[in-house]
Design a protein. Structure first.
Length: 255
């Protein structure tokens, strides 16, 4: 990869959950809901999580393009409620659901990590490429998750804003604010996320260069840059940006 000091300025923004840190996983739901057992049916839970991730991606996109209200923190908790119901295969008491969701939103002690994350971030920073994390989660949660994953504590985090009227993901303003805070308006900025519509396409609408990190093949065949591991990211960064990276169509309101 070329030395960024020799060309146009470059920065890389990363999504957090399921991009840098395993989140919607069988092990995490096991810990949040049934830490003492019985062991959850892995095949059933994996299928439920795949459906849940796709549904949340659609819901965030619909809020972005105006076919539904923009998502809020309350919508995310509702999404987790529905995910738990799908994982359980039955309706649970509200009191139990609230406890499980609160637990789910905390770092678990089971030690799941993506092996490509620390080497990938280290390689970028060694080449003096600024990196940061952009997440709709509160900063305290994001910092705890990153720390457990072994990510350096000085990596900037652009998290859920404390001010209610501040722009929230996946709005274009939220992406641009993070870009401007990391490298400035004129710099080339790559965004790496695991959701096709509300991460990658939303970032492209904001003028960033999107890269889909699709470890689970949830979005095979979709248009644009797609990688299976952060080890492949350098190949994307080496090439010059193309029009399709910065100016995609909005796509359907109901993908």
């Amino acid at each position: 990869m070329p030395d960024p000091s020799e060309g146009a300025a470059l920065g890389v923004l990363f999504d957090l959950d399921d991009t840098l840190v395993p989140f919607q996983t069988v092990a995490h739901w096991q810990w949040a809901w049934k830490p003492q057992g019985p062991v959850l049916n892995e095949r059933h839970v994996r299928a439920a999580l795949r459906r849940s991730v796709r549904a949340w991606d659609r819901r965030r996109w619909q809020g972005l393009v105006g076919s539904a209200p923009p998502v809020t923190a309350a919508d995310y908790r509702l999404h987790l409620h529905e995910t738990l119901r799908a994982v359980a295969g039955r309706v649970l008491p509200d009191s139990e659901v609230e406890v499980v969701v609160d637990r789910f939103l905390k770092p678990s002690p089971h030690g799941e990590v993506f092996a490509d994350v620390v080497p990938g971030l280290t390689a970028l920073r060694a080449r003096q490429v600024p990196v940061a994390v952009l997440t709709p989660l509160p900063e305290s949660v994001a910092r705890a998750l990153l720390g457990r994953a072994g990510v350096a504590a000085d990596v900037p985090v652009f998290a859920d804003p404390a001010v209610p009227e501040a722009p929230r993901l996946p709005s274009a303003a939220a992406f641009r604010n993070a870009r401007n805070g990391l490298v400035g308006r004129a710099a080339r900025t790559v965004y790496v996320g695991n959701l096709y519509w509300s991460d990658v396409r939303a970032a492209a609408r904001a003028g960033l260069e999107p890269v889909l990190l699709d470890r689970l093949d949830l979005f095979e065949g979709r248009q644009g840059a797609r990688i299976r591991s952060l080890a492949e990211l350098s190949t994307f960064l080496e090439r010059a940006p193309g029009p399709a990276d910065a100016e995609p169509s909005d796509g359907p309101a109901n993908p």
